[in-house]
Ligand binder design. Structure first.
Ligand code: TYM
Length: 332
């Protein structure tokens, strides 16, 4: 029998999960666990590149784990774990730091963005972050890595690092491919359609745990475009605000852009914005309720992350041992 293909991805518990994280990558993961050998982790090592309040970070990790399960990631069918529970990530991260060039790290868009935002804390971790992300990926030898558009550059540098390493030592790492969804790969902020939806602008960002009233408020206040035509038409350059809402509506309803344009023909933005809000509320409702239920069961969550770490560690250590041997470390 053919071995299952391997898939891996992660999300930072740097804030609560938002609609961009959900519609970009996460929404597609539950269907993948049926077909692939899947690893999903909570990237807490990455999160401390920006200062965190420790108690809040601990809470966010558990909430994100509960969100994963509530979104349909059945821990019996895939491996769910916390990155810091598997030391091999930091260990391989260091090795790969030594095979990653200063110049290539300097070109990373996210590094430039984050240093502009956190001028008082431009730490070395923020700079070498893509090498740690490469380690996260390569330890599990995945065939592909499903992410949103903004992480594509990091998966590409991971491929470059892996190819460089393989060029020196033979076929150590499988070269993974990024997997970017056709719709929803770049959800924009509701109050600033020129920037991607992110936790750093909460007013334009819908959090999965937001109450329905809050979701509706954010959609009703969503910035639309100042064009005179005021019709619901997908045109990202001319009408970035409305096009973003169309993309969100298409993602949650499964309708095509044409179907949406027809549905709202002659109705204008006033009818469209609450309709998108309602569709999102109905999508998020079961996820929010299930997350709340799971968060009340700490023993279950603990069982899930412990079992996940054991499974992940077994696979990760195999790759790490191979790498240590290749670079010439003496086995203990
Ligand atoms: P993070 O935590 O910023 O985002 C998690 C995932 O959500 C996607 N995403 C979006 N998709 C669509 N629209 C948006 N507005 C939007 N915002 C975020 C991201 O592309 C990502 O897929 N470095 C990663 C975490 C990570 C990782 C990994 C991912 C660490 N190691 C290994 C994959 C494999 C990050 O910061 O994602």
């Amino acid at each position: 029998m053919d071995e299952k293909k391997v898939m891996l991805s992660g999300i930072q518990p740097s804030g609560e999960l938002h609609l961009g994280n959900y519609l970009g990558p996460l929404r597609h993961w539950p269907e993948m666990i049926e077909e692939f050998d899947c690893y999903f982790f909570l990237a807490d090592l990455h999160t401390i590149t920006v200062r965190q309040e420790p108690a809040q970070l601990r809470r966010r990790v558990l909430t994100l784990l509960a969100n994963y399960i509530a979104c349909g990631l059945d821990p019996e069918k895939c491996t769910l774990f916390i990155q810091s529970h598997v030391p091999a990530h930091a260990q391989l991260g260091w090795v790969l730091d030594c095979y990653t060039m200063f110049g290539e790290l300097s070109r990373m868009t996210q590094f430039k963005d984050k240093t502009a935002k956190h001028k008082d804390n431009i730490n070395a971790g923020l700079f070498t972050y893509p090498a740690l992300m490469a380690a996260d990926i390569l330890l599990y030898q995945p065939d592909f890595v499903p992410v949103g558009e903004d992480q594509k550059q990091h998966v590409e540098i991971c491929r470059d690092i892996a190819e460089r390493f393989n060029g020196l030592y033979g076929d150590v790492f499988k070269i993974p491919a990024p997997h970017i969804p056709k719709v929803g790969a770049r959800i924009m902020s509701l109050n600033d359609p020129a920037s991607k939806m992110s936790k750093s602008n909460l007013d334009g960002c819908v959090i999965l745990m937001d109450k329905p009233e809050e979701v509706m408020r954010k959609f009703k206040r969503a910035v639309t475009d100042s064009d005179t035509e005021r019709c619901v038409r997908f045109a990202p350059q001319e009408k970035p605000g409305v096009s973003n809402l169309i993309q969100i509506y298409a993602s949650v309803t499964g309708k095509s852009f044409e179907e949406i344009e027809t549905e709202f023909e002659g109705k204008g933005y006033g009818a469209f914005k609450p309709a998108v809000g309602e569709a999102v509320v109905e999508t998020l409702r079961p996820i929010r309720e299930e997350t709340e239920r799971l968060l009340a069961d700490k023993a279950y969550l603990e069982h899930v992350y412990k079992a996940g770490a054991e499974k992940a560690e077994y696979v990760a250590n195999k790759t790490l041992r191979k790498v240590y041997k290749k670079v010439g470390f003496v086995a203990r």
